[in-house]
Design a protein around this ligand. Sequence first.
Ligand code: ADP
Ligand code: MG
Length: 249
Amino acid sequence: MDKDMAIEVRHITKKFKIFYDKGHTMKELVLFKNRRKYEERLVLDDISFSIKKGEGVGLIGRNGCGKSTTLKLLTRIIYPNSGEININGRVSSLIELGAGFHPDMSGRENIYINAAIFGLTRKEIDAKVDEIIDFSELWDYIDTPVRTYSTGMYMRLAFAVAINVNADILLIDEILAVGDARFQEKCFNKMREIKARGTTIVIVSHSLEQIEAICEKSIWIEHGKIKAEGEPKQIHKQYLEFMKNGYIE
Ligand SMILES: Nc1ncnc2c1ncn2[C@@H]1O[C@H](COP(=O)(O)OP(=O)(O)O)[C@@H](O)[C@H]1O
Ligand SMILES: [Mg+2]
């Protein structure tokens, strides 16, 4: 891969199996295991795109079009059925809220665990932990178990960790929809700041405005394919027009 590239996705296809007969008993599942009916849903159909180092990219498209699936593939939480993904750099992601948090451990312990999984040493985390806590504004709660946190508190902790591990590539999925307006604004400003430092950012957001303010490129996914990609304002105009004119599922 070209050394100016951060992400290269080549001809990936992703299918999910949808089972019809959920909720059977264990006995039935064992006796009739060959009869379980399922349908294969093709979510991403031979998609290719590339993202340059330091670039900001927004993924857009209607609900269920495969935005989160794409981010999960980039994080390697899931794998494609075919095709290739090359990543140049360390990835930090904020994809499923609270995934990777241990409910019975405190916020502080979770910071250590998450940052260690990312690859930071104990010493490196010691040096950053105060900054992470400050960003999260969870000072009074940082030593209580995260199972007692509200969704907003969870999100603040997750965001604070993800953006403070000095990743080369940051993947963010609709996370800014959680939390109050002031904190959203703070996260948004922080994203611009780390982008200005050269971090590659890929975001899924319902706020097209936010994408326009931070990204050089938007990729629009529709029916398993990339329908259009390019300058965000232009792509969003086409997208809004398309959605307004109605569509057939
Ligand atoms: N683990 C899974 N098993 C089965 N179907 C899934 C799974 N994850 C996602 N899907 C399906 O794949 C499609 C794309 O989902 P997703 O990537 O979450 O869409 P988006 O984030 O664009 O709203 C949807 O139809 C969804 O139901
Ligand atoms: Mg999604």
